[in-house]
Design a protein around this ligand. Sequence first.
Ligand SMILES: NC(=O)c1ccc[n+]([C@@H]2O[C@H](COP(=O)([O-])OP(=O)(O)OC[C@H]3O[C@@H](n4cnc5c(N)ncnc54)[C@H](OP(=O)(O)O)[C@@H]3O)[C@@H](O)[C@H]2O)c1
Length: 306
Amino acid sequence: MPQGVNLAGSFTLPGSSHSVNRMGYGAMQLAGRDGNKMVWGPPRDVEAAIAVLREAVASGVNHIDNADFYGPHVTNQIIRKALFPYPGDLVIVTKVGALRGEDGSWIPGFSREELTAAVHDNLRNLGLDVLDVVNLRSMFSVQQPAEGSIEAPLTVLAELQQKGVIRHIGVSNVTPAQIAEARRIVPIVCVQNHYNLAHRADDALIADLARDGIAWVPFFPLGGFSPLQSGTLSEAASRLHATPMQVALAWLLQRSPNILVIPGTSSLEHLRENLKAATLQIPAKVLADLDAVSTQDAAVPIARHE
Ligand SMILES: NC(=O)c1ccc[n+]([C@@H]2O[C@H](COP(=O)([O-])OP(=O)(O)OC[C@H]3O[C@@H](n4cnc5c(N)ncnc54)[C@H](OP(=O)(O)O)[C@@H]3O)[C@@H](O)[C@H]2O)c1
């Protein structure tokens, strides 16, 4: 990492030697043309996508979140083109469990054959012999966590781990019961669910996972396809001489030490802006105002570890 760079400190995935900076990068925005919310096909400007990845890594980012079903295959291939041979400390986290239909739809791919093929697609497109972290993306509902046993697909991943093609396993889009089920089958290093300043259905889970040293890696940290908008957020941003997106990221980083952020962007300007959020300190009074922004009725008071 470049000297003097602060990307919100580091976090070591449990039971691993992987220590990643808490400010990471999510690659999903690199697939598809501007305004294409399908995550389908190549980007308008591949060289611009490569430039974003190279600058992220040159700036100290060593945690990239991705999936071979983005594009499909597109983002993995761009990551390889931009960064191979990979820096020794770079952790690329991928997901399996979803497939793409001809029309761009998201289809469950939970069979042994589909999961095995997905792992091998990731290996081939990234040019790797072993994947650092593979998240099983639950697909009982595409939009949100929904109950259902994940034992069978997770057992397939555990077997692939035994074979040495996966180092660590995580889960995504899951309920607390599915996390508990997963942890009975295999050590889980990270959980990736939809979570941000305004979407806090999983508030109670974060402290439980923090106690056990498991990373919470929220997807849609900036609101995803519906960027976060809130008067309180804008007010906080102007008080802190920052942008609303920087405040949203800094809020997550101050929310709990096991949170790793993976903001997605296809823009160098936004990448630079997002990385600066790692050093933004939100004072307690402003944090309290932001804690109250949530539109989720399940939000609970936040216990901070500072
Ligand atoms: N497990 C799952 O089911 C799942 C689902 C979705 C995503 N993910 C992962 O989570 C990562 C992050 O999620 P995401 O990219 O979907 O959503 P996000 O990070 O919440 O937001 C990305 C959106 O915000 C814009 N943006 C980024 N930085 C900005 C800034 N500083 N100012 C204004 N706009 C900004 C981006 O547009 P520009 O490109 O114009 O900057 C893009 O439209 C993904 O890359 C993916 O790896 C996982």
